[in-house]
Unconditional design. Structure first.
Length: 137
């Protein structure tokens, strides 16, 4: 049963005057605010993971990019050790363009991901490049 456009016209007639420039800007601002709210604890391009602990300091849309930029290369190992002590052996960060990075700090969990249940975990090109010497092409 198809509905013609003429039949729907009376339903939308009262909405047309509401779509003005100021209202359009309000709708756009509301849409942007909703998008930022939905990405308040993780980077664009990633999904929220309530099952994984994350370091404090995530910024809407950028995720943990500012945290990692503040750490710098010299303090990376101290940062990783601090997060391990605070969050435990499995935790994650989210970065724009790179996605979600899950840190695994125990041999048992690493064996599960790389050997026992290898095909259940996405590993991406970065991990393939890092592990190339260990596991080959």
């Amino acid at each position: 049963m198809a509905v013609s456009a003429d039949a729907l016209a009376p339903l939308y007639q009262h909405l047309v005057p509401l779509v003005t420039r100021p209202n359009g800007l309000k709708l756009l601002a509301a849409a942007v605010a909703l998008y930022v709210f939905n990405h308040r604890s993780h980077a664009v391009g990633t999904r929220r993971r309530r099952d994984l602990k994350q370091p404090k300091g995530a910024v809407p849309l950028l995720g943990h990019m500012p945290v990692m930029a503040a750490v710098g290369g010299q303090n990376l190992y101290q940062f990783l050790e601090k997060q391990y002590n605070e969050l435990g052996p499995v935790w994650s960060i989210s970065l724009p363009l790179l996605g979600r990075i899950i840190y695994i700090d125990t041999p048992e969990n690493l064996e599960h991901v790389l050997k026992t249940n290898f095909w259940s975990y996405e590993k991406g090109p970065t991990v393939a490049w890092i592990l190339k010497d260990l596991v080959g092409d």
